[in-house]
Design a protein around this ligand. Structure first.
Ligand code: NAD
Length: 427
């Protein structure tokens, strides 16, 4: 792509995360010798929608207007799939970057989806339950022609959960005139949600830890684990790490962190969050800042909150041997080479957190067939897919003498490019 055209593209979608995603894509596309016609198309989303909509606050006379987004990156291999994020700073560029990451992620684990993402620029912690419901139903109404079981299937992401998915499913079903569970995944089991979906991302990620530890020569018995973010992903990752015999010595959320060198009681911390919504005031260890937490001495560092937190400074400071990327885009592209040069094994987001979309895929299949699997079937199939993807990516990394992120993206981008080339250009 000519530089002037590329500059235009960046102006349209500009955001730090999108700049990172495109820079990483360009680096890997160059290494692969990717067809430039395909590369040009894949740098930008196929479809993007920006909406502005009002919602009524609990104070009846007050109405606020907010921005919402839904971006579909590639529609070549099937419907698109990706979460919906409620966050105060979400923007079109960030959602576009996350949609692109979803495309690679689905391709890496072999799911029949392109990538999508959605968002509403709002602070979910400042909303009552009733306000969140009104925001969700109106956002769904705004994007309703864009989504559907065979078009684009949303799921939870930061700031959204099973309840939000239930409201989306209900709003969509009211409009089409019949119950349509397959329009979203991550629903409560009572509505056709899959058992084990809530735990899938954290548990799927930690199921890769023994493979990573074996490769990197880390003894997991008593290994010190630090988690940034204690939401859906972080909480279940902490529980799974404990089950492997690791010691979780640090956890955090947006209000700050807690450190206990003897090991935190993860279940007790989770109970505190259930009661108080955040970790603030949790007395199971010493209070520390998020920045201090990211620099704690540990064997395994798991970013499981927002993007861009592993900066060059943090990469220099960390003593971790393994970084498991639970969050999307947690490591900046300038921090990545520092970790690689230090010999840290980084299991990249597109591989590490793919367990969520994999069990979402299972949920979608079960909803379409109205035939539900047992928890043991789901866990076994998830493990098989995650372990196979890890081994395939590791083989590419060894063959190409490169890091796991580059190897994973080579695998994902190749699958999408092959599909595009064989379908050809319409008309
Ligand atoms: P969540 O809303 O359940 O939890 C987010 C956690 O991060 C909370 O503990 C929150 O307090 C904390 N947090 C938010 N901003 C923070 C900040 N600035 N500093 C420190 N902590 C902060 O979200 P989630 O579903 O656990 O998602 C976390 C990350 O994992 C996101 O990057 C998301 O895109 C990614 N992810 C989620 C899934 C999934 O299935 N939920 C799947 C793949 C990737």
């Amino acid at each position: 792509m000519e530089k002037a055209v590329l500059d235009d593209v960046m102006r349209e979608w500009d955001s730090p995360l999108y700049t990172e995603a495109v820079a990483t894509f360009n680096r890997v596309a160059d290494l692969m010798g990717l067809d430039e016609n395909v590369a040009e198309r894949l740098r930008v989303p196929q479809r993007a929608m920006v909406v502005t909509f009002p919602y009524r606050k609990d104070e009846y006379s007050q109405v606020d207007s907010v921005f919402g987004y839904r971006v579909q990156h590639v529609l070549t291999m099937g419907p698109t799939k990706g979460g919906i994020r409620y966050a105060p700073d979400v923007n079109l560029g960030e959602v576009a970057a996350l949609a692109m990451l979803m495309t690679w992620k689905c391709a890496i684990v072999g799911l029949p989806f392109g990538g999508a993402k959605g968002g509403v620029r709002i602070d979910p912690f400042n909303l009552s339950r009733a306000e969140k419901q009104r925001v969700t139903r109106r956002y769904t109404a705004e994007i309703i022609n864009f989504i559907g079981p065979n078009k684009d299937i949303p799921a939870p992401d930061m700031g959204t959960d099973e309840q939000v998915m239930a409201w989306i499913m209900d709003t969509y079903s009211q409009q089409v005139g019949h119950s349509e569970p397959a329009v979203v995944t991550g629903k409560p089991p009572a509505l056709g949600g899959s058992v084990a979906r809530r735990e899938a991302t954290g548990r799927g990620m930690v199921s890769l830890l023994p493979l990573a530890a074996e490769y990197r020569g880390v003894d997991l018995d008593g290994a010190q684990v630090v988690l940034h973010g204690f939401g859906n992903v972080g909480r279940f990752a902490a529980i799974a790490a404990n089950e492997l015999g690791c010691r979780v010595i640090g956890i955090s959320d947006h209000t700050g962190g807690v450190h206990n060198g003897r090991g935190l009681d993860v279940a007790d911390a989770a109970r505190h969050v259930d009661e108080h919504r955040t970790l603030e005031g949790y007395a199971g260890g010493d209070a520390i800042s998020n920045d201090e937490l990211l620099r704690l001495d540990c064997d395994v560092l798991i970013p499981a909150a927002v993007g861009g937190v592993i900066t060059p400074d943090v990469a220099e400071a960390t003593s971790a041997s393994i970084v498991l990327e639970g969050a999307n885009g947690p490591t900046t592209s300038s921090a990545d080479p520092i970790l690689n040069d230090k010999g840290v094994l980084v299991v990249p987001d597109v591989l590490a957190n793919a367990g969520g979309v994999t069990v979402s895929y299972f949920e979608w299949v079960q909803d379409l067939q109205n035939y539900f699997w047992s928890e043991s079937e789901i866990v076994a199939r998830l493990r098989e897919i995650m372990n196979r993807a890890f081994s395939e990516v590791m083989d590419i990394a060894i063959r190409e003498n490169t890091d796991l992120r580059t190897a994973a993206l080579m695998k994902g981008i190749k699958r999408v490019a092959d599909a595009k080339l064989v379908r050809g250009v319409f008309p």
